[in-house]
Design a protein around this ligand. Sequence first.
Ligand code: ACO
Length: 333
Amino acid sequence: MTIRVTGTGSALPEKIVTNFELQKLVETSDEWIRERTGIAERRISTGETVSSLSAEACIKALEMAGRQPEEVDLILVATCSPELLLPCCACQVQDRIGAVKAVAFDVNAACSGFLFALNTAYAYLQTGIYQNALIVGSEVLSKLVDWTDRGTCVLFGDGAGAAFVEASVDDIVCENGRRAGMECMVQGSDGAKGMVLSCEERPVKNAFISEDIMQNPYIQMDGQEVYKFATRQVPACIHDALAKANLTVEDVDLFILHQANVRIIESVAKRLKADISKFPMNLDKIGNMSSATVPVLLDELNRSGKIKKGDRLVLSGFGAGLTYGASILVWGV
Ligand code: ACO
């Protein structure tokens, strides 16, 4: 038994914010942002929420898969920026799309979230507990960003991507001889380094504590530490995953990486000794959307016909936690 992605979808807020517009908010420049990050513009919510974007992306993924919402068994939403603490976003999505029989819950592994949700769904489907799952990465990070902090506000954007995955008992052998489905997954977490990229929730405050502790409710980041972590850990975990599956870098057609920063992606390609043309990127237009970047890029590539049946993909996420992971799958539709 394996799993196949049978549909993908994505949704972005309408509002485009260019680097030039950010120049009006903080002391920065289009040149600095492009050079250090590769980002030229991003989408910013003017009312779209994590659940509304998720639902839009899910409907598109289901349409592509030719499935009805009532057929969905499991909904996993990866997010670190839900509009409500309770109920979880996945339950809101269930209600919005009418997936009445689905079990729904959220996963928070920040920028690795979509990958962790995919692997969680894989475990459920592989054991036969469920037959299919809608997996979503969705963020409205613009509400967690300090718009006076030039070190972080230039990096992030809002959006959502979804994938519909189905258990597949049939052995689908592609023309190139590869068997469609998930081949391997590797995940890791390093909580000891968690504070290099953090965002506080409300502090403990109740009828028994009088002290009002001030806090900073925005994303805090040690950019250089995150950079070092990503450029070391991502190639290492991709190597681990490839070794586990008895594969080499040459066996991979596309590396679909979390879109944090063009320099991180270029460094990973270099360390893997892989051709940079195998690392598609879209962050120039949409910035870093945390858990949403991998599924939005996957959907973009899928809809534009850039992923073909039999292609071997490495999906890799890395981010707050710290968390990281890589999954290898052969595209089967
Ligand atoms: N515009 C102009 N100048 C800026 C800006 C800006 N937007 N931001 C910071 N600077 C200044 C700093 O204040 C500093 O000035 P100083 O020398 O006068 O003190 C100077 O630029 C250098 O600052 P650094 O933080 O050292 O810049 P660095 O070269 O490290 O680039 C960056 C910063 C792009 C964040 C880099 O560290 C990086 O790529 N880190 C990876 C982190 C990342 O991608 N995070 C995304 C979220 S995490 C995730 O998705 C996994």
